[in-house]
Design a protein around this ligand. Structure first.
Ligand code: FAQ
Length: 315
């Protein structure tokens, strides 16, 4: 019986077709997806915090309205993704417990602070830029609910990236102090944005990694380093347009490769952040736990309402 199920799954993957929740799938495929989708969902909701920090201090009513909409979009992405994870048979509450207990990760990038308004520009431009580069291929992920969720998420991320670019564009055409603020934000966010794509494909870190298996299953379509390279190639001309100097002396066009060469990422810092020792890890989790506890009454009210509706429908 199990073998027959296995061969159906393999045939669907070989034909590059979608696996749906009702289909049989190997436990390891299910677990990999739960891990990745949950980590992605957690990143979206923890990712609301760095920019949320600037809602009360946005420099104009227009900027405030845009920022509120963007942060709200991130909440929406989180909800989509938790729903996608639930189709794999895991409960949303359990995933949140795992986040709050530090048993599941969220993206390293959200453990860095937003020190000035320009950081909102840098997050939109670099972090959403990296997110799109990573997530567009996920629209073709072999797991149907995840792939479909990514379509709208990517459209919204694309708007987010443009608004970040536009914040920096405005600052770069402002006073000297504003230009310096934009440059400083880019200096601080560039390297953490490159690390978002995950550890390198080769060397020690790659040994324990998931890329090979995830690519064989059609979950990941590109390796971490391939996506990182595409991101660098996309961002260099944008930085030139902005007049921002990317903080990497090794960045230069390589005619032979047809790509930009770039410097070494500080992987020690990356692993340190993943271990919980980044600049804002404790603050992010503490804030998330508090928000969850303070929202308990909303969940209770929603459950009570849903229970009443069910009784009414059955009357
Ligand atoms: N941070 O073997 P791999 C956003 C972990 S965008 C933390 O390469 P995999 C939008 C990895 O889990 C950000 N941990 O793993 C937004 C694994 O550890 P484990 C979220 C990381 O899964 C913008 C280990 O390292 N996007 O939120 C990171 O095949 C602005 C080995 O790594 C997604 O999650 C990292 N950066 O590939 C919101 C996209 N990188 O679990 C607000 C979906 C790696 O074995 C504002 N996810 N690790 O203990 C993916 O595409 C993949 O999961 C990767 C990692 C590419 C992130």
């Amino acid at each position: 019986q199990r073998e027959a199920i296995g061969s159906d799954f393999d045939a669907l993957i070989a034909a590059d077709q979608r696996i749906e929740p009702r289909d049989a799938m190997p436990d390891t495929y299910r677990e990999t997806l739960i891990r990745q989708i949950a980590q992605h969902a957690h990143s979206e909701i923890i990712g609301m915090q760095p920019e949320g920090n600037w809602i009360t201090r946005a420099p104009s009513l227009r900027r405030k309205a845009i920022l509120i909409a963007k942060v709200q979009d991130e909440a929406g992405h989180g909800l989509y993704l938790y729903s996608a994870a639930e189709t794999l048979g895991v409960d949303r509450q359990e995933l949140l417990d795992r986040l709050h207990d530090g048993k599941q990760k969220y993206s390293s990038i959200f453990n860095y602070p937003t020190l000035t308004w320009a950081d909102c520009g840098a997050i939109g431009w670099l972090v959403d830029g990296a997110a799109i580069m990573n997530q567009v291929p996920l629209c073709r992920c072999s797991y149907g609910p995840y792939a479909r969720a990514m379509i709208r998420v990517c459209k919204e991320e694309s708007f987010h990236q443009r608004q970040g670019f536009e914040i920096l564009w405005t600052l770069m055409r402002g006073t000297e102090a504003q230009q310096a603020m934009a440059q400083d934000a880019a200096d601080r966010w560039w390297w953490p944005a490159l690390a978002m794509f995950g550890p390198p494909d080769t060397g020690e870190a790659a040994k324990g990694g998931h890329t090979e298996q995830s690519m064989a299953w059609g979950i990941k379509r590109f390796s971490n380093d391939d996506l990182r390279q595409k991101f660098v190639d996309m961002m260099v001309p944008q930085a030139e347009k902005l007049g921002i100097v990317l903080p990497d002396p090794h960045l230069r066009w390589n005619e032979e490769r047809g790509h930009y060469d770039f410097g070494e990422i500080d992987w020690d810092e990356f692993w340190q952040v993943l271990r919980g020792d980044g600049p804002c890890n404790a603050e992010r989790i503490e804030h998330r736990r508090r928000a969850h506890d303070e929202g308990a009454w909303v969940r209770e009210a929603a459950n009570a309402y849903a229970a009443k509706q069910t009784i009414r429908e059955n009357e």
